[in-house]
Design a protein. Sequence first.
Length: 188
Amino acid sequence: MYVDHQKPGIRNPFNTSVMENIIFENWNSLLRTLIIGVLAYAGLILLLRISGKRTLSKMNAFDFIITVALGSTLATVLLNKDIALAEGMLGFAVLIFLQYAITWLSVRSRIIKQFVKSEPTLLFYKGNYLHAVMKQERITVDEIQATVRQSGSGGMSSLDAVILETDGSMSVIPVFTDKESIMSSLSP
């Protein structure tokens, strides 16, 4: 049983010294969290803008890891009083630099690109589901059919292929009847 040292001889079933800081510690702590939150958020946005559009593009596995790491760093800076804002900003800068460096290298090196990004995967081709590939990628027939419906295609018979892209999205390729239709679908 816990003995309250502020009132000798009186037994207290709750450790009040621990319980009193659970909901509210003090106004300085709240003010620090508010100021650090605003400054860290503004700094993160500035660094992301400097690093370019690629940092904020659709995510592959590597981009997802960087995003989670940035979020974790932001949370640590916000809530850990032992981490100064400058240290948190350096952490953001290191993560964004690493993401920039890896993407820069992956554009210039096939080995780095293969390490960082997966290849698009054919899931459906000319009327046939590629079940072995679907099983490997953990994609169901229902998921493919839902993607086809969302694309506005007429159904599976009107498709040439369905491709699982490197960011996890699926592309629906309709059957083309002439070369001009194919070329128009490929142009931006």
